[in-house]
Design a protein around this ligand. Structure first.
Ligand code: UDP
Ligand code: MG
Length: 152
């Protein structure tokens, strides 16, 4: 079993719409372990670094304006296969193309207001966790029901 970590953020639209609990619940219920959680309004510098790969895209400025417009709830989840699984729970980038049952499929309609971010691979997960969290903010713990989630 490979233990992976991924970075998840409820974007300002999700926070403003009161969807934090609904979103967090889906990852908890799946069985992933929450090891980092905080709320912050990102600086422009943080947002531009986070979305640096999209710097040349026409939507970049609007995206950074949006992400810095209010509080974001940043999380780190840990578990076997969590990076790919989180992307499945999140659904397609365009909410109208996201399957019902996914977070975007159930909770959003517009690509620029798609409520959640999730790392898209091991390298971005590592980069994004380091960008948003200090190592002292990540908690090592063992859920008391761990034996009912994973085999030895
Ligand atoms: N985005 C947008 N317009 C576009 C493409 C992307 O506003 O035409 C935003 C959208 O919020 C998306 C984010 O930019 O979630 C990052 O895009 P990416 O393709 O990495 O999608 P994601 O990884 O979030 O599914
Ligand atoms: Mg992406």
């Amino acid at each position: 079993m490979t233990v992976e970590r991924t970075f998840i953020a409820v974007k300002p639209d999700g926070v403003q719409r009161g969807l934090v609990g609904e979103i967090l619940r889906r990852f908890e219920r799946k069985g992933f372990k929450l090891i980092g959680l905080k709320q912050l309004t990102p600086t422009r510098e943080l947002a531009e670094e986070h979305y640096g790969v999209h710097r040349e895209r026409p939507f970049f400025k609007g995206l950074v304006d949006f992400i810095t417009s209010g509080p974001v709830v940043a999380m780190v989840f840990e578990g076997d296969g969590v990076i790919v699984s989180a992307r499945k729970l999140i659904g397609a980038t365009k909410p109208l193309e996201a399957e019902p049952g996914t977070i975007r499929g159930d909770l959003a309609i517009n690509i620029g207001r798609n409520v959640i971010h999730g790392s898209d691979g091991p390298d971005t997960a590592c980069f994004e966790i380091g960008l948003w969290f200090n190592s002292s903010e990540l908690v090592t713990w063992n859920p008391s029901d761990q034996m009912w989630r994973v085999e030895d």
